[in-house]
Design a protein around this ligand. Structure first.
Ligand SMILES: [Zn+2]
Length: 298
């Protein structure tokens, strides 16, 4: 099984890319497999419009994994690392990717009880779901669009799969604007720090796994020429560029709300140019300007 992992900051176009990649006959995906059940209700709604109890696809998948002995339920897939009941475990599991020294310490902690058993169970649920969903579609590649860099590190450490990484980036000012629209209480400073934090974590991961196979996809390039970017990704994954037209309903995808809407045409969202205030832009420049330029945005 070939695992494709899509990593990015939120609001960088990863749901759009997931919907597009899902049109390939060899790529099986449910979007964000981590399926954060603590997030708002619409995010645990399948993109078919049903919740997991009523979606025919998920009912089949969950039954099949249960037959294989997995403890997977419609209201708790249990695919996210961590354990809400233990603050310490949450802290250890979710701390950002750092130095090799730090990661060795974390690995040691997670290999000891009381963490080891729960951690291994989460990994096994992911493994069973990935295999079952790929088998259901008949695909050779499974795409997990969970975005989270720490989760990607756990998958790399497990050595269960051959992993190819799609790193999606977007002009940080566009991401900041989307965050402000969805979470008006978040300060520009906090958003800019979060955004650079994702980039820093990814750089740390590359240092830990220099052999990791990665392709970078820019949101702006994708919406500018969907076909050529999909062709580029297919080549990277050793697949023929055999994509179908994006059509709705789009299958059974977890991600942000855009997966529930019809896309009439894929257009570049550059509303940040009009909507970000001068002070927000100034704060962004102070905190994230160098990172944004490093990613090719002037
Ligand atoms: Zn569904």
């Amino acid at each position: 099984m070939h695992l494709v992992y899509l990593t990015s900051c939120s609001y960088s176009g990863s749901t759009l890319l997931t919907l597009l990649l899902n049109t390939h006959p060899q790529i099986a995906t449910v979007g964000e497999l981590k399926a954060n059940i603590n997030s708002k209700q619409s995010q645990i709604l399948c993109s078919c419009g049903q919740n997991l109890h009523h979606c025919a696809f998920w009912t089949t998948i969950i039954k099949r994994t249960q037959r294989l002995g997995a403890d997977i339920q419609a209201d708790r897939l249990g695919t996210q690392f961590g354990y809400p009941e233990s603050k310490l475990f949450q802290l250890v599991c979710h701390a950002k990717v750092r130095s090799r020294w730090f990661e060795n310490m974390r690995r040691f902690a997670l290999s000891r009880e009381p963490f080891a058993k729960t951690f291994t169970q989460v990994l096994m649920r992911n493994r069973l779901l990935i295999e079952t969903i790929a088998d259901h579609k008949g695909g050779t590649h499974f795409l997990d669009s969970s975005k989270d860099v720490v989760r990607l590190m756990y998958f790399l450490q497990s050595k269960y799969w051959q992993i190819s990484v799609i790193r999606m980036v977007r002009d940080g000012r566009g991401t900041m604007n989307s965050f402000q629209k969805h979470f008006p209480s978040l300060s520009p400073r906090k958003i800019a720090r979060m955004w650079t934090g994702v980039d820093r974590q990814f750089e740390n991961l590359v240092r830990l796994f220099p052999e990791m196979r990665t392709i970078t996809v820019r949101y702006e390039d994708l919406v500018d020429d969907v076909a050529s970017q999909l062709k580029r990704i297919a080549l990277f994954l050793n697949l023929s560029p055999n994509f179908s037209e994006l059509d709705f309903p789009t299958g059974h995808i977890f991600g942000n709300d855009m997966r529930l809407k019809r896309i009439e045409s894929i257009r570049l969202d550059e509303s940040w140019r009009q909507q970000l205030s001068p002070s927000a832009l100034q704060i962004f420049e102070q905190i994230a300007g160098p990172t944004n330029r490093k990613l090719g945005y002037d």
